[in-house]
Design a protein around this ligand. Structure first.
Ligand SMILES: [Zn+2]
Length: 240
């Protein structure tokens, strides 16, 4: 009949269900995004304690019965990330990171690199809540796009292949475009272009900095690429 799946998981969302249960959206290294029900979790003496909350990284055992929804049979904490919960900006960044993973990776297709990236982001926000910046969120999105095969083309014009005069960005073309092809794009300054390239090439902890204008341009480039090529619209990368 059913089988048990032992896996690591990050809790993306946790929703109340019925009298005492919760439905969880989990992100796992080898089963992608899946949903599970945790029964009785809201009772005071639940064996799960407070572990099944968003941003927890867990070892879980999930029972797969006949329904689409798996059942959580055990959960052990690997990292609860308590410090990020004490900082509004870090908590908000964690929520946006989980939301981005949830919208871009909607199936059970495995992406172990995405799982590792999400764990790195939560761990960074927990260790250094001051890293909860616009630049961090954009660097995280660039790396997610790379994992999804959606990284924008940054080295040459996405339309004609020209390597110089790359002054604009086109979401439809999927990358930077040159002066002759800029009709389909918007102005992308050198600083924004460098930021996007550096974000792909460095770890999250060493993600580059950039000024507000450059970050707004990079943000728009990321958003338009995702809208054109993944048909996904993410929440804004920063509040307000
Ligand atoms: Zn061109």
């Amino acid at each position: 009949m059913g089988a048990s799946l032992k896996t690591e998981a990050v809790v993306l969302r946790s929703m109340r269900y019925g009298e005492a249960d919760r439905i969880l959206h989990l992100y796992t290294p080898h089963r992608g995004r899946c949903s599970a029900i945790a029964k009785g979790v809201r009772r005071a003496r639940s064996r799960f304690g407070g572990r099944l909350e968003p941003y927890f990284r867990l070892h879980v055992v999930l029972y797969e019965g006949r329904s689409d929804l798996m059942t959580v049979t055990s959960a052990q904490t690997i990292a609860g990330h308590p410090r990020l919960r004490e900082h509004a900006a870090a908590l908000d960044s964690a929520a946006r990171a989980c939301d981005a993973v949830s919208r871009l990776f909607t199936t059970e297709e495995p992406h172990p690199g995405v799982f590792a990236l999400l764990c790195n982001e939560l761990s960074l926000l927990d260790a250094r809540p001051d890293q909860a910046t616009h630049a961090n969120q954009l660097a995280f999105r660039m790396k997610l796009m790379l994992a999804a095969g959606l990284a924008p083309q940054l080295a040459a014009c996405a339309t004609c292949g020209e390597a110089d005069h790359l002054s604009s960005f086109s979401g439809a073309a999927g990358g930077v475009v040159c002066n002759s092809c800029e009709g389909s794009g918007f102005a992308l300054g050198e600083e924004a272009h460098e930021f996007m390239t550096a974000a792909l090439g460095s770890s999250l902890a060493d993600a580059p900095h950039a000024g507000d204008l450059a970050l707004r341009q990079a943000d728009r480039a990321i958003a338009e690429t995702l809208e054109h090529h993944a048909h996904v619209r993410l929440r804004a990368a920063v509040p307000g």
